[in-house]
Write a protein that binds this ligand. Structure first.
Ligand code: TMP
Length: 237
């Protein structure tokens, strides 16, 4: 959606690390490509050279907790503005499908609720960065916080027990993130789908396709000139 008008199709996956966002994004992309649609799969922070550099600054070059939350919000917004201008908006304007792993809801959840920045500031920053581009559907892969942290630690090869679990303020942070996501979904039920991330990936993928059925039937979406074949993902990311 751009400036409130249906144009292309924009689907976002949100949720904690280890909730299977990447797998779901890929399953949806595969299903839509099978229908011949022109699908672009991308992620935030990232999706452009600039965005990937911001991702490295935040997630690799240093511990994200060491970057002041306001700076985090500005950096993810800068990356987002570039992403929308360079990749998302042009693809939607051509009638394409954009599938994005995280978008503005992540900033509301992590910088807003998690790091306690003001909601109004988050809304203003988000509106400025997205320049009228808005998801037609945001899929929340909701997951119990302890389970999510355990899954994401095991992906990093860290044993949960050896790591001593996660201390309470870490848990409290992620509880606030989860609550924010659930609240955002409750406030805009027409544009959100809450799925239980613990259910089988194929079931979640079915729910997503079900929610998109109307839009897929009604909208004039661009077909890919050459269908792209991608291998199915091997694991849940
Ligand atoms: P991911 O690999 O699960 O997508 O992790 C990206 C991290 O970046 C995750 O910890 C959430 C964080 N993030 C924010 O804090 N704010 C944002 O706006 C975005 C897009 C991501």
């Amino acid at each position: 959606m751009i400036d409130g008008h249906p144009q292309g199709l924009f689907v976002v996956f949100e949720g904690p690390e280890g909730s299977g966002k990447t797998t779901q994004a890929q399953l949806l992309a595969d299903a839509l490509r099978q229908r011949g649609l022109d699908v672009d799969v991308t992620r935030e922070p990232g999706g452009t050279d600039l965005g990937e550099r911001v991702r490295r600054i935040l997630l690799l070059d240093q511990d994200m907790q060491a970057v002041a939350p306001r700076v985090q919000a500005l950096l993810v917004s800068a990356a987002r503005a570039q992403h929308v201008a360079q990749r998302i908006r042009p693809h939607l304007e051509r009638g394409g499908v954009v599938i994005c792993d995280r978008f503005t809801a992540s900033m509301r959840a992590y910088q807003g609720a998690g790091f306690r920045l003001r909601r109004r500031d988050m809304e203003q920053l988000a509106a400025f960065a997205v320049d009228g581009a808005a998801p037609d559907l945001t899929v929340l892969l909701d997951l119990d916080v302890t389970l999510g942290l355990r899954r994401s630690l095991s992906h990093r090869g860290t044993d949960w027990e050896k790591a001593g679990g996660v201390n309470w303020h870490h848990l409290a942070f992620h509880e606030r993130v989860r609550e924010s996501y659930l609240l955002q979904a409750r406030e805009d039920p027409d544009r959100w789908l809450v799925a239980d991330a613990a259910s089988p990936p194929a079931d979640i993928a079915d729910q997503v396709m079900h929610r998109l059925r109307d839009a897929l039937e009604r909208r004039e979406l661009r077909r890919a000139t050459e269908p792209v074949q991608r291998p199915l993902p091997l694991g849940i990311a």
